[in-house]
Ligand binder design. Structure first.
Ligand SMILES: [Zn+2]
Length: 453
């Protein structure tokens, strides 16, 4: 049985045998024996039972990696199969609640990968989210029709504020009102975002009681819209993400050296020529490390004044500061020095340059446009599209023009480095995180933001 068939049988068994709540890990809990597992998967007996070795391996993996494998299994299903799980998952959530269930994983996955599959049930989906203090399935609101958006806008303005708002917020819970804000913003519909932004401006004391001063509240508003790929520039709300999205395609054995599962985003077909990647631009104690030279610049990436762009950064400074570079006519980076990004020699971290190679780009299939940073989620190396922030969104302000920048590229951790002493050294971005490259197209300025868990 292939892993895909196993995952499918597994999911079907879970979602169709709904005579008890299935919590993450409970069926494959530590006390479960293989026998127990067989009994519980009885509904799919014919399909799955004749390969007990494969089943055992699968169960074992579930024991050690809990939902990661389940989620990976969902990533391996096709649209039709996922669509077939939606009614079951909705039923399961309605019956047992959304907290910590595998059915919730199904809805989360579908919301992120095929939001349209949830549109006809969008009011039920919202109702379900109301029963959960945390989740909102908000990614399902992408591409929603006008009438439905209007419905939720009206709901936002007509819903009463929750009396316990402040104390619930302290606990990190989302009230109905906050869910409505979150879902409407997540539609990524400009008009809707402008509406919500205005509403939030006018309802400040109720939305964020704790944020007493003006700047804190403004930062809160900025993060709310940056979380869905928009920012404020020149008083307007605009997209800060390139319209095109590409995934990196590495040379064989360079990055996915058999250490990871093969996710669909790791095996995409490149459409660009191979571009120079890694190495060093300027040697020294604190080398200017080369990331990539975009020549040509792939279509749909918002770089208008240059024919080529050389992205390079002092990697030893990225843990302690956010370095900015101004690019000359040839696209070459020169560091913008100011007091805010000076890193003392003793505070520099020990990052080594990235091992040189070449990479090409493959257009991101629609399904993988929104990825979340978590283990086992496939290829997280992207040019353009929307970033997957590990922490709060952090769109920087350009030091030259004072306006918010655009997102340009993100690099995951684990790239081989040039440490001569350790053959298997990797670039970690702090304790294991991601590097986000931002761009101001007006000033040809790049910035490097590192985030980790
Ligand atoms: Zn600028």
């Amino acid at each position: 049985m292939t892993p895909k068939e196993l995952a499918w049988a597994f999911i079907k068994a879970y979602t169709s045998a709904h005579n008890e709540p299935f919590t993450k890990g409970s069926v494959f809990g530590r006390t479960d024996t293989l026998q127990n597992l067989r009994a519980r998967l009885g509904v799919e007996r014919d399909k799955i039972m004749d390969d007990s070795a494969a089943l055992f391996e699968f169960a074992k993996e579930c024991l050690s990696s809990t939902t990661v494998l389940f989620d990976l299994g969902l990533d391996a299903l096709n649209k039709e199969e996922l669509g077939a799980l939606v009614p079951l998952a909705l039923h399961m959530c309605a019956r047992y609640g959304t907290k910590d269930t595998l059915a919730e994983s199904v809805l989360d996955t579908v919301a992120r990968q095929f939001p349209e599959l949830l549109h006809q049930d969008i009011r039920d989906v919202f109702q379900l989210s109301c029963d959960s203090p945390y989740g909102a399935f908000e990614k399902a609101w992408r591409g929603l029709d006008r009438a439905s958006l209007e419905f939720f806008k009206n709901k936002l303005t007509s819903t009463e504020w929750d009396r316990g708002e402040a104390s619930r917020l302290e606990r990190g819970e989302l009230t109905i009102k906050r869910k409505l804000l979150k879902t409407l913003l997540a539609s990524r519909d400009k008009e809707t975002i402008e509406f919500v932004y205005q509403y939030m401006l006018e309802n400040r004391p109720l939305i964020a009681e704790r944020l007493k001063n003006r700047e804190d509240y403004q930062r809160f508003l900025d993060v709310s819209i940056e979380d869905v790929g928009f920012t404020r520039r020149g008083g307007e709300i605009v997209s800060c993400c390139p319209s095109a999205s590409y995934h990196f395609v590495f040379q064989k054995y360079y990055y996915f050296r058999g250490k990871r599962r093969r996710h669909a985003t790791e095996t995409l077909e490149p459409v660009t020529p191979c571009l120079e990647f890694g190495g060093v631009l300027e040697e020294g104690e604190n080398p200017l490390c080369h990331l990539i030279t975009l020549e040509p610049i792939p279509a749909g990436i918002k770089i208008s004044g240059l024919r080529r762009l050389v992205l390079g950064v002092h990697l030893r400074e990225t843990d302690m500061s956010i370095p900015f570079y101004q690019h000359d006519q040839n696209g070459y980076p020169v560091k913008i020095k100011d007091a805010s990004n000076e890193v003392r020699e003793e505070d520099r971290c020990h990052n080594f340059p990235i091992k040189p190679s070449t990479v090409a780009f493959a257009p991101t299939p629609q399904r993988w446009i929104l990825q979340e940073w978590e283990d086992g989620n496939g290829n997280m190396f992207k040019l353009g599209g929307e970033p997957a922030w590990i922490q709060s969104p952090d769109i920087q302000t350009c030091p030259v023009c004072g306006e918010k920048m655009d997102f340009l590229m993100q690099l995951d951790n684990g790239l081989p480095d040039m440490d001569k002493e350790r053959k298997d050294g990797e670039v970690w971005w702090g304790s294991g995180g991601m590097c986000y490259v931002l761009w101001c197209d007006k000033c040809n300025v790049s910035a490097y933001v590192m985030q980790c868990t």
